[in-house]
Design a protein around this ligand. Structure first.
Ligand code: FES
Ligand code: FES
Length: 185
């Protein structure tokens, strides 16, 4: 077993975990944060995307021990004081989900895009979400939702916390991205 200390959605957890435990399983099975779904478990669909120290990652491609000392934000950590994040609100208002299975990952990947590019073009949104698959919507409304959220965040001058980039190799990966900019791990 390995000891980890990780902050998840603002709460610090100290736990002993098996070194082979994936971050997504730690979040869901140990912490009960089932808002982060598992779509493929192979790093291809992006459904499990979370923020790890300011960088979007596919949590099925990261070991829990690699999150030791880090801050993880899941889609469940975006709702502050009972108010939805502009991306959550826009996905609802623009009908950007049907079954909703891809939605947490889409929102977390879009959040990462808007942190670096607050005023993206539709093409930039599509490129940023290439690593996130949706089997229901045809993507049009997802792009609309991200653009609507971006406009709302600019209007309200909302800035996401900046990325704290890890030194190369500090939080390596077990699998690559599915393509595009997408989640980086
Ligand atoms: S569950 Fe599909 S990329 Fe992680
Ligand atoms: S809404 Fe069903 S997979 Fe995207």
């Amino acid at each position: 077993m390995a000891h980890i200390s990780v902050t998840v959605d603002g709460t610090v957890y100290d736990d002993d975990v098996e070194p082979r435990l994936l971050l997504v399983h730690y979040l869901r099975d140990r912490l009960g944060l089932t808002g982060t779904p598992i779509g493929c478990d192979t790093g291809n669909c992006g459904a499990c995307t979370v923020d790890l120290d300011g960088e979007s990652v596919k949590s099925c491609s990261v070991l829990a021990v690699q999150a030791d000392g880090c801050a993880v934000t899941t889609v469940q950590g975006l709702t502050g004081d009972g108010e939805w994040h502009p991306l959550q609100k826009a996905f609802h208002e623009q009908h950007a989900l049907q079954c909703g299975y891809c939605t947490p990952g889409m929102i977390m990947a879009a959040r990462d895009l808007l942190r670096e590019n607050p005023d993206p073009t539709p093409e930039e949104v599509r490129h940023a979400l290439e690593g996130n698959l949706c089997r229901c919507t045809g993507y049009q409304n997802i792009v609309r939702a991200v653009l609507a959220a971006a406009a709302e965040m600019r209007r309200r001058t909302i800035h996401e916390p900046g990325a704290v980039r890890q030194p190369a190799g500090a939080a390596g990966t077990a699998a690559g991205t599915a393509g595009g900019r997408g989640p980086r791990r």
